[in-house]
Design a protein around this ligand. Structure first.
Ligand code: UTP
Length: 409
């Protein structure tokens, strides 16, 4: 689209401020800006007119498919055998969601490049690779690893892996792909400018992974190589087991479309998304979507009825993801701190939230699946998310847990 068309479009959308500095830009910058604007999905802004953050849920009932730590122990050998075989047959891929901005941690670099070591360097990416390597050693098979980045951190992430020699992983089994971006707007629905020649955008949420995986051609590559299941996991949980043969085996044995690693909630009011059924299909309800009564409800054994919190480690069968590709994921409007240019054209790094970003979430993909196995893991062994620098779910708490598990920092 040329200048005139873009201007008309922006006028229609009440966003002409995005061209405020157009006259000051050189030819290349002008072209890049027009190109960026032509790719904006302006429909997202309509979501701001709705009740922000609240989405309609169906009828919530307790989960039916779950295996507890105790049950897993009884069947460990059997699950393990199935999982190891699937990995040796090349059926399992690992997919790292590393496109997030990690704003809470507050580092300018990709989150995975954060050094959590105390006496030596121990990077988040390094811990994840170490965890995956344990399975490679156990099974004798390299597991294809797909790493999702975003426009904002792709170059740094790839370079870091190269510089670090992939932390000993076989680079032939590592592929990167880039997720899409969405615009960021202020409270009045005006899209921010990040630079005079750039609209403020942010990664479109971790639910964007499958479509970007398909469009990158990697899904085709994976299928050709025989991969049938993907273990999708977050960058920030440094303790999690990836492509865990027992987890994989349990999901395959039950012929599940997907499976989720979960931990038992410590308290009814704990702020985690809980796996349950929604209108009879698997679903994750956020803590604020569960009524107080439901959060406190207990079964005849005194256990919480809605007790399994998700830890962002899922196994998806690719075939089932494809069936649902045409279904649109809900877009969540999230309040965030957004870097932008102020009225005077000066760069602002806000200390508090100043607008909205638009994200789809991987947890919403669970509801598209016919069934989902909740697979319980021991929190102290497998859940050390690094969201913040200090306090809850922080570098400090993760270090503690790593030390408890015998990791030298
Ligand atoms: P979070 O929800 O913790 O978001 O991501 P974040 O962007 O990393 O951190 P904050 O909220 O800005 O502090 C959970 C997982 O999903 C990935 C993250 O990299 C992390 O592994 N993610 C998130 C993406 O891959 N893309 C996104 O657009 C958002």
């Amino acid at each position: 689209m040329g200048y005139k068309e873009i201007y008309d479009l922006l006028e229609q959308k009440d966003q002409t401020h995005l061209l405020k500095y157009y006259g000051l830009l050189d030819e290349n910058q002008r072209e890049a800006l027009l190109e960026q604007i032509s790719n904006i999905d302006f429909d997202l802004l309509n979501l701001l007119k709705q009740d922000v953050g609240k989405m309609k849920k169906g009828v919530i009932t307790p989960l039916t498919d779950a295996v507890s730590v105790k049950e897993i122990e009884k069947k460990r050998e059997h699950f393990q055998e199935i999982g190891v075989q699937a990995i040796r047959d090349g059926k399992i891929g690992a997919l790292l969601l590393a496109g997030g901005m990690g704003t809470r941690l507050g580092s300018d670099k990709p989150k995975g490049m954060y050094n959590i070591g105390l006496t030596k360097e121990v990077y988040i990416f390094e811990m994840l690779i170490r965890n995956l390597m344990q399975v490679v050693e156990e099974t004798g098979a390299w597991i294809p690893l797909y790493i999702m980045t975003s426009e904002k951190n792709d170059i740094d992430t790839r370079q870091f892996f190269k510089d670090m020699n992939y932390f000993g992983y076989n680079p032939d089994f590592v592929d990167f792909f880039v997720q899409k971006m969405a615009p960021a707007a202020n409270y009045d629905g005006k899209i921010y400018l990040e630079e005079k020649d750039r609209v403020a955008t942010s990664p479109n949420g971790n639910g964007g992974w499958f479509i970007s995986f398909v469009e990158s051609g990697l899904e085709e590559k994976a299928k050709k190589a025989g991969v049938s299941h993907l273990n999708v996991f977050a960058v920030d949980n440094v303790c999690q087991r990836i492509a865990d043969p027992c987890f994989v085996g349990a999901a395959i044995e039950g012929n599940y479309s997907c499976a989720a690693k979960v931990v038992a909630k410590q308290r009814p009011e704990e702020k985690v998304g809980v796996l349950c059924l929604e209108d009879g299909k698997p679903s994750i309800v956020e803590y604020y979507e569960l009524s107080e009564d439901m959060a406190r409800e207990r079964d005849e054994n005194g256990e919480l009825v809605y007790k399994y919190g998700v830890i962002l480690n899922y196994l998806f069968r690719i075939e089932d993801l494809e069936k649902n590709l045409s279904e649109n994921l809900a877009v969540h409007v999230v309040e965030k701190k957004i870097e932008h240019l102020d009225e005077q054209g000066k760069k602002v790094k806000p200390e508090v939230e100043n607008g909205f970003k638009f994200e789809t979430l991987v947890l919403d993909m669970i509801h598209m699946m016919d069934n989902c196995l909740a697979y319980e893991v021991v929190r102290e062994k497998e859940f050390a998310p690094i969201k913040n620098k200090e306090g809850v779910d922080s570098v400090e708490t993760a270090r503690e847990l790593l030390k408890q598990n015998g990791v030298e920092l």
